[in-house]
Ligand binder design. Structure first.
Ligand SMILES: C[S@@+](CC[C@H](N)C(=O)[O-])C[C@H]1O[C@@H](n2cnc3c(N)ncnc32)[C@H](O)[C@@H]1O
Length: 334
């Protein structure tokens, strides 16, 4: 029996999402829906298997998933009434529904207008419609090539946002845009941050601020650059104006959390983490962004994770919405 799955990825890394899907799952067919969304047909596997592969770290470039209930060529879907009918026929039997509509590539439809029309129809049928926070997601992708309607248990969708495009509000205390990467990760993977944290490549200090906000007792920021003035004033921050290698060689401290957002070749960045492993105890946490390019990123990440595996058990590896040319990796000290 075959099942069709709708998936999203970053547009620049879409083909690598397809590459990883094909090597991990029984994919018999693939078609692009738009620049950052596609359909795969699986023989003998379904959404649960794809979601499990993503959670296990095998699919680093897939951001969002749903099981397809219907799709049509975009050229045949000029009339929004047809999209509304497709969506209405995909609604599960009961319970509130998170209705998520997005466009992939150039679509003649405006997602908010289509969403409002579908929500009106479902409300008229007596259904409770929300944006997020339900057991089931009704996903409508207005692709440049195809209109796709799908459904997912929220846990299997991987992210409770239309197409996985997580939108986070800017805080007035924000130090850098990089903060959103860590906030997005914490929204997808609940992690307990406690004790002392080490932030490698910390300047100007956005990640230091977020770590303190999420419960770190003290943060040691390491960077040849400077911290933002508002952060430098905080008593729970220690700043070390040096390189990661130099700091790791000299310190005698231990850290429950080590984060690394260094702009550095990914294999060199991993080597740095391996030398830092002596500063941690079993179960302690690392969070790294591996900087990649569109040249063989799957192979690069494979090697990086393989090298890390002796010291760390990888619990998450994915390109987040706020990651541009990078992948976020989380591990626990063995
Ligand atoms: C993307 S920025 C970090 C942004 C930071 N996470 C934030 O939230 O504000 C990357 C940083 O890595 C630092 N970096 C690069 N190589 C480094 C090294 N060998 N040791 C320490 N820091 C390094 C750079 O100086 C730069 O400030």
């Amino acid at each position: 029996m075959t099942t069709e799955i709708l998936f999203s990825a970053a547009d620049r890394y879409y083909r690598y999402a397809v590459q990883e899907l094909k090597r991990s799952l029984p994919v018999v067919d693939h078609v692009a829906v738009g620049e950052d969304a596609g359909l795969i047909r699986l023989d003998g596997a379904g959404l649960a298997e794809v979601a499990a592969a993503a959670r296990s770290g095998d699919l680093r470039f897939v951001r969002h998933l749903a099981e397809v209930t219907a799709h049509r060529p975009a050229a045949d879907a000029d009339d929004p009434a047809m999209i509304i009918d497709l969506a209405a026929s995909a609604v599960p039997a009961d319970g509130p529904i998170a209705l998520q509509v997005w466009a992939s590539g150039r679509s003649r439809h405006r997602p908010e207008a289509v969403r409002a029309a579908i929500a009106d129809r479902l409300a008229a049928d007596g259904r409770e419609v929300r944006r997020a926070g339900c057991e089931t997601v009704l996903a409508v992708c207005l692709g440049e090539r195809r209109i796709v309607v799908g459904r997912a248990r929220t846990a299997d969708a991987l992210a409770d946002w239309p197409g996985g495009r997580v939108r986070l509000a800017d805080s007035p205390h924000q130090i850098s845009r990089a903060e959103h990467k860590l906030e997005e990760l914490f929204s997808l993977l609940p992690l307990t941050i406690a004790g002392d944290a080490l932030d490698l490549g910390a300047s100007p200090g956005g990640w230091c601020r977020i770590l303190l906000e999420y419960g770190a007792r003290r943060v040691h920021g390491v960077d040849p650059g400077e911290p933002a003035p508002a952060l430098a004033r905080r008593p729970e921050l220690s700043w070390h104006r040096t390189t990661a290698g130099e700091f790791i060689r000299r310190t005698q401290r231990t850290f429950q959390v080590i984060v690394n957002d260094m702009r550095m070749d990914p294999l060199q960045s991993v080597r740095t983490m391996i030398t830092a492993a002596r500063l941690q105890r079993p179960g302690d946490l690392i969070i790294i962004t591996l900087k990649i390019t569109t040249n063989r990123p799957v192979e690069t990440i494979d090697r990086a994770l393989e090298n890390l595996a002796d010291s760390y058990k990888i619990i998450f590896a994915r390109q987040l919405h706020h990651n541009r040319n990078e992948v976020t990796v989380v591990g626990r000290r063995r």
